[in-house]
Design a binder for this molecule. Sequence first.
Ligand SMILES: Nc1ncnc2c1ncn2[C@@H]1O[C@H](COP(=O)(O)OP(=O)(O)O)[C@@H](O)[C@H]1O
Ligand SMILES: [Mg+2]
Length: 390
Amino acid sequence: MPLTQHHVVPSETPMQNNTASVSKQSVTQAAQAVLAESAERGGGVQMFGIDKIYAGSTTKALDNFNLEIKPGEMVVLLGGSGCGKSTALRSLAGLEDIQHGRILVGGQDMTSVPANKRGMAMVFQAYSLFPHMSALENVEFGLEIRGIGRAERKRVAMEKLELVGLSDQAGKYTQQMSGGQQQRVALARALAINPRVLLLDEPLSALDAKVRVQLRDEIRRIQLEAGTTTVFVTHDQEEALAVADRIGVMHHGRIEQIADPTTLYRRPTTEYVATFIGLSNKIPGSSNGTEAEVFGHRVPLLDGSASGAAVNVLVRPENIILRAQASDTPGARAHVMMIHFLGSLVRVDTIVDHSGIPVTVQMPASELPTGLRNGSVVTLEPLPIPALAA
Ligand SMILES: Nc1ncnc2c1ncn2[C@@H]1O[C@H](COP(=O)(O)OP(=O)(O)O)[C@@H](O)[C@H]1O
Ligand SMILES: [Mg+2]
């Protein structure tokens, strides 16, 4: 697409070229205005060294949990059941007492500020709406208890219902609405109070697959439009990859790695992250810490890789070449166990001869060797793409 003057072009030219006609004074004022606006909108979030132990429990639900979120950013906390996602969210909201740590929002210490003074709004998995109230009344509710007058209440509520695509359903009782519509109302209600931080705890988990995909894209659109700093909790990696600016992968009460989706997939720093996000083959090899030998091929290693004569190299299915028949070039001889057609992609499960290691290879459907079937003999060769050794 050709660039027009409406596009912001990342500039490598010195600042003064762009601001020649603008005085230093007004540049500073503009910068201050941006900062003030972002602070007013809520600013970022900082959680430092949070420990949370539930009464009667001996394990830490949060164990030196750290998280920093930039203003307007959508961070997803991703992890299996019980890893502490909801506890992290509830601690940020002020709904849990924490034993240790500090919480800042917009640079302001919130650690001992009660939940109702933190200016945060939460949407849960279960629709927590009043069933005997209309969509509009539900959205107005939070404004009413904040003492906002009737006309202003209605104006703001209608604006938010419009934002979530429900302005024509304002008068409908929420109990007559579908699950997806109810979650839209819950989102409108959360946004109506103009929260500094929006907290979403598995908001799509109770919905069926199709609505879930639609609504997750909608939530991202709405969040970008509103510019609200958001924490989205889910156990669903596809959902996380679809909506996040950054994903924090949680394990045992802390974030094991936080990064943008691409970095997380290409440069995992731990075995847990490499196997939790996407598929990884675990192939035995030897490593000197920067390079591994796998199936007679050299594979460069990511930072944090283990070294030793017997490590596991975590290789993505798309980073292995599968050749039909046994070849004389280095590689592992294997047998095809199963071929999965995934539309434009094909995934081939194989078992390496002698060692019995399972290796899955993925390729564009157009590159599948003709005649390949279960029981075929193949040769596997890892590509020289950085991988993690553990
Ligand atoms: N109210 C509670 N009382 C005691 N233990 C709890 C309570 N809530 C959660 N836990 C425990 O804390 C850990 C983290 O739970 P949670 O934050 O709900 O995980 P997630 O949301 O990732 O599934 C789990 O071991 C869970 O059993
Ligand atoms: Mg939870």
